[in-house]
Design a protein around this ligand. Sequence first.
Ligand SMILES: [Fe+2]
Length: 333
Amino acid sequence: MSAKKDNKKMKLKDIYWLAVEIGMEADPRGRESIEILLNKEKKEYEELPDEEKPFFDEESLKNPYADTRILWGDPETEIEGVLAGIDIEIGEILLADRLNEKGSSKINLLLAHHPEGRSLAQMHQVMYMQADIWKKFGVPINIGDFLIEKRAREVQQRLMPINHNRSVDGARLLGLNYMTVHTPGDNLVSRFVQRMMDEKEPKTVGDVLKELRKVEEYAQAAKQGFGPQILVGSPATRVGKIFVDMTGGTEGPKEVIEKLAQAGVGTLVQMHLSEKLKKEAEEAHINVVIAGHVSSDAIGLNLFLDKLEARGLKNIVPASGLIRVRRKSGIKE
Ligand SMILES: [Fe+2]
C-alpha cells in the first residue's frame, strides 16, 4: 500500500493489525511455525466448555503476540496523532493530555512499546518462542522447551501482584486510545541487528561495539553515557558465532547460556542481562555485549513507526526514551 494511494486516515485497528503482520513477517520462528501455533489456539478454543469461553483471549486466535494489544479505545477510531514511547504510564498519559490542551498536538493514540494492562499480565506467553530461537542456534528443542517452561512460569508469577490496569484507567479517564507493540518491535530490532552482524562479520568483541555505534540510536545513547558495552569478554576477544538475543518477552533462563555455548555460540548481543546470567556467561566463556535496553527498543519501535509514516500517519510525537530515527524504505531491516 503506497502513501499516495491511501488518503484515508489509519484507524486504531489498522495500526494494531499492521503491528501483528509486521511482527509475524520479522518473526525468527518463520510464518509456518506461527500458523501452527494459531491453529493450536483455535483448536483449544473450540474444545473449551461454553462456560469457559468468555474468559478466553479471543485475540490470540489471530494475534500470536500476547504482549501486543489494544488496551483502550474503539478500533474504528481514526488516528490523528500518536504519542509513541518505550514506557507509557500515567506520567506520559498526562503529558499527552497536556500537549493536547496546549493546542498543537492532536494526540489520540498512546503507543507504548513495553506491555501494560492485559498485555503485561500475559507477557510470559510470548516467551515460549525462545526455545525455537535457541534451536536455530543448535540447542535441541526438547532442552529448549523444558528450560523455557520453567522460566515462563517464574515470570508469570512475578507479574501476578502488579496493578495491571493502572495506566489503562488513566487512558480511559482521559479518553485516549492506548495500545502496546512489544514483541513485533523486538522481532524487528533482533532481525535488524542480527543481519548487521551477519553482514559485517566483526572479528572481535571490540569490533562488535564499533559496528553497533554506527547505528544512530546506539550512537546517541553512547554520547549520553548509556551506549553499547562489553559485559563479559574484552575488546580483543574473538567473537565466534554471534547470537543477537533481543526478542521473546524478557530474559530467558540462566541454564540456557551453557547450552548455547555447547551449541557453538561465542558471543551474545543483548539489550540487557541480569547478574545471574552474566555469571553463567563467564563460566561458559561466552562473550556478552550489552547493546542497550531503551536504545534497542527504540530501533524496533522506529522501524514500526516508519511503516506508519509510509501509510500517511505523520503526526508522531516521540517520548519516554524514544529518539525518532527514520530509515528509508528499501534499507534492510
Ligand atoms: Fe524492553
